[in-house]
Design a protein around this ligand. Structure first.
Ligand SMILES: [Zn+2]
Length: 167
């Protein structure tokens, strides 16, 4: 089985690989060095000294805080979105596109969805302005908590690494 090239890993970092491909890359067995390679590349780009435990997106990570060893969700810029088990979106800046005018930025006019049935919610970091996620739910749908990864199982069964300490 071949390892991923540094170029592919850099696509991963820049967010130009889709999320499904990324998880396939990260979770394919028998190439355990890849996750460490990926996290090391991310770690070299962030502005904080906290240890990245699990990337959630190109610029958003679950980290172990250097001082307290608590795990929080954190932006590249160091902004904290709260405990890693909580929905970070509730602490993000949200921009909702729910009018035809706002949709035109995303869709050509005739292709825009009917805003009675679908809106766009964009989630931004309040400190640096990085966009961390986009949802296209029906207008009344609650804020989506994407997934709660089983981090213990991921470290034990997939990447075969010791779990970072968690206070
Ligand atoms: Zn930020």
């Amino acid at each position: 089985m071949s390892s991923y090239t540094n170029e592919q890993v850099s696509h991963l970092i820049e967010g130009t690989l889709d999320w499904e491909t990324m998880f396939r890359m990260l979770s394919m067995p028998k190439d355990h060095g890849r996750f460490e390679q990926y996290v090391a590349a991310l770690q070299s780009k962030v502005k904080f000294e906290h240890k990245i435990v699990l990337p959630l997106g190109p610029h958003l990570h679950i980290v172990q805080k250097a001082d307290t060893k608590t795990w929080v969700t954190m932006c590249d810029c160091g902004h904290e979105f709260g405990d890693y088990r909580e929905n970070w979106k509730l602490n993000a800046v949200v921009y909702v596109r729910d009018t035809e005018e706002a949709m035109v930025d995303v869709y050509p006019k005739l292709m825009a969805p009917d805003t009675n049935w679908q809106v766009y919610r964009e989630y931004y970091c309040p400190k640096c302005g990085a966009m961390h996620d986009v949802e296209a739910p029906t207008p009344w749908y609650p804020v989506i908590h994407d997934f709660e990864p089983d981090i213990d199982a991921f470290y034990r069964d997939w990447v075969n690494l010791p779990l970072p300490e968690r206070a």
